[in-house]
Design a protein around this ligand. Structure first.
Ligand code: ADP
Length: 301
């Protein structure tokens, strides 16, 4: 098959592993920087050009679209979909999962467990907002944050009010969330392919740190997940419409709570901590599913 990887950097661990896996399984592979693609929106024959060349005859695309290029990256992916190319994750599903508010609303509507969460943009009554989620301690998050930056634990009512006020001053959209203390500074990353959790790791925050992000000094290890955690992760990926997803869970007294569903989950942490060939499993999934070209929306979204 001819497989394209939409990625801005061929040297990233995840991209390199996907290239290796495609090649070792006998496929032709090309890394495409979405930002450098230009497109012809045409009802007869939609086209994509890259470095003066037409990109044609691809069987499948593996999108690895960074958060900062979601808008243009998903437009390029949508163009491939319009050309009948099979996307591992569809553009509509990626856009959906990148919008934290929309994805949490979708997940909650389907009964998926999640921390009690409040969203706000310019609340006049901060005390009421905090009460809505059960009061301090609360976790306050900037909607635009990644890698744990802009995620603050406010242990008292006073601290929570000041943090919300400070974030309001930045004109940022925020999320106020019940603090899941019993998670103990750890979360579980479930790597879903198709309708299976194929690998899972536990990320534990550094001592005294409630955030488990590896970028914040956390460490990853292999973990055995419960059937309920497995079911929750698979259901969350399915609701988002993602074939490949990283579902982050917190272990709470009332069962697994979904924090986030990631559409371009990194491969380094999960492959290193579990010893599994996750990249190979993604390519195997393509081999099984691309021939039928069963995309759900064909770039209509
Ligand atoms: P980012 O998307 O920037 O990584 P997260 O929302 O995943 O931000 O939060 C970073 C980390 O903080 C999580 O991995 C988790 O360990 C911890 N965390 C986030 N929300 C909560 C919460 N409501 N209760 C307990 N811990 C939390």
């Amino acid at each position: 098959m001819k497989i394209g990887i939409l990625s801005r950097n061929a040297n990233l661990y995840s991209t390199r592993r996907l290239i290796e896996s495609c090649e070792s399984r006998g496929h032709e592979v090309k890394v495409i920087d979405a930002l450098r693609c230009y497109m012809n929106i045409n009802s007869e024959k939609p086209q994509i050009h890259f470095k003066g060349e037409e990109l044609s005859d691809f069987d499948a695309i593996i999108p690895r679209i960074g958060a900062s290029v979601t808008f243009y990256g998903t437009a390029v992916l949508r163009q491939f979909e319009m050309m009948g190319v099979y996307p591992v994750n569809e553009s509509v599903a990626i856009t959906r999962s990148r919008d934290k508010l929309r994805s949490m609303q979708l997940l909650s509507r389907k009964g998926i467990g999640m921390p009690i969460t409040g969203f706000a943009s310019k609340p006049d009554d901060i005390k009421d907002l905090l009460q809505m989620v059960g009061g301090a301690p609360v976790v306050i998050k900037l909607l635009e944050g990644t890698q744990g930056i802009g995620v603050v634990l406010a242990e008292t009512k006073k601290a929570a009010e000041s943090v919300v006020e400070a974030f309001m001053g930045l004109k940022a959209n925020i999320m106020v969330q019940e603090f899941i203390k019993e998670a103990g500074g750890a979360d579980i990353r479930c790597f879903v392919i198709g309708e299976k959790v194929i690998a899972a790791m536990k990320r534990q925050g550094a001592k005294g740190e409630f955030r488990s992000n590896l970028h914040r000094g956390g460490s990853a290890s292999l973990v055995k997940i419960t059937p309920q955690e497995r079911r929750t992760a698979v259901a969350a990926a399915k609701i988002m419409g993602l074939n490949v997803a990283g579902v982050d869970l917190l272990r709470s007294e009332r069962g697994p709570l979904v924090m986030e569903v990631n559409s371009s989950p990194g491969l380094e942490g999960i492959e290193t901590s579990t010893g599994k060939d996750v990249a190979g499993m993604i390519v195997e999934f393509i081999e099984k599913n691309a021939p039928s070209k069963r995309t759900r929306t064909r770039g209509q979204g």
